[in-house]
Ligand binder design. Sequence first.
Ligand SMILES: CC(C)(COP(=O)(O)OP(=O)(O)OC[C@H]1O[C@@H](n2cnc3c(N)ncnc32)[C@H](O)[C@@H]1OP(=O)(O)O)[C@@H](O)C(=O)NCCC(=O)NCCS
Length: 279
Amino acid sequence: MYETVKVSEFPTLRLLNLVNEVFEDYPLHVEWDLFSFNQDVRENSISLSDSYVFLKDDRPVGFILCCVRRSRGRIDSMGVIKEERGKGLGGKMLSFALDVLRNRGVSSVVLEVLASQEEVVKFYSKFGFRVTRRLVSMIKNVPNPRPSIRFLKTERESIHKSALEAMVRLSRRPNWQREPLTLLLSGDRYKMARVGQRLAGYVVWGKGEENAFIVDCSPINDESIYAELLEQAVNYVCQVEERSVCFVGNVPEDDPLYRAAEQAGFQPLFEQYEMLLQL
Ligand SMILES: CC(C)(COP(=O)(O)OP(=O)(O)OC[C@H]1O[C@@H](n2cnc3c(N)ncnc32)[C@H](O)[C@@H]1OP(=O)(O)O)[C@@H](O)C(=O)NCCC(=O)NCCS
């Protein structure tokens, strides 16, 4: 009844129309254009040849986008157009993608889901996915940003190296979207800077229309300065970007960045669950 086409063989603009239609009624704003889609593909290791569009009578009605990093997989996003939901297609797409990933040598699959979407959490649970941790998105007002230390803009290869070091030394547990590899693959999408001496660390950030956002921030070897470094980084990025609100998305509750964000005065905005399936 459904025809399956690899995303790598499907016109990208048609895919984006489908994705944007599916997420029209989603609680978070999702709107991909060609540029942001290509950035997400590269940065999150979305494998277009392991991702699929499902067609019914030649009409695209569902999609599933999968990421692969060696033996680790991730469902980046999936969805079914409104009038086709609840008829079994979502389940078919997920089983299909999990088979593809299994055959590709993937042994674990991770995904993120909004904690408020209980139906969707249940949907993934039926396939064996289990909630492993909360990812908290947080916000802080910075009405008068003024850092008191110097940040130096740095290229991503050096930030990647620091992020790898920080991961080991601080026992960091980053989620997929802030893994050191993600930072390395992000091209020139984000800005990156480092600090030396006592507050040795780095910050990776971007800006939206209304706020600056921190992709990642970490000391390199001293966890005790985390909150202080983050506080300085927030002031720095808000000053550089001329924003008075700073956002940090999907912070894992068991990563030291989470405690630092709380200590630096960030307030929770919404929560996602990270769910994991061992194949
Ligand atoms: C989640 C989603 C992909 C499920 O696809 P689907 O085709 O409706 O799924 P199925 O018909 O195979 O299974 C339906 C199950 O999903 C759950 N579900 C979640 N959202 C649903 C919705 N909006 N409509 C119907 N069922 C939904 C139901 O609990 C249902 O369980 P049941 O079989 O015990 O009744 C689809 O609802 C969707 O595209 N939602 C919007 C986008 C989204 O939330 N994507 C997931 C996060 S990236």
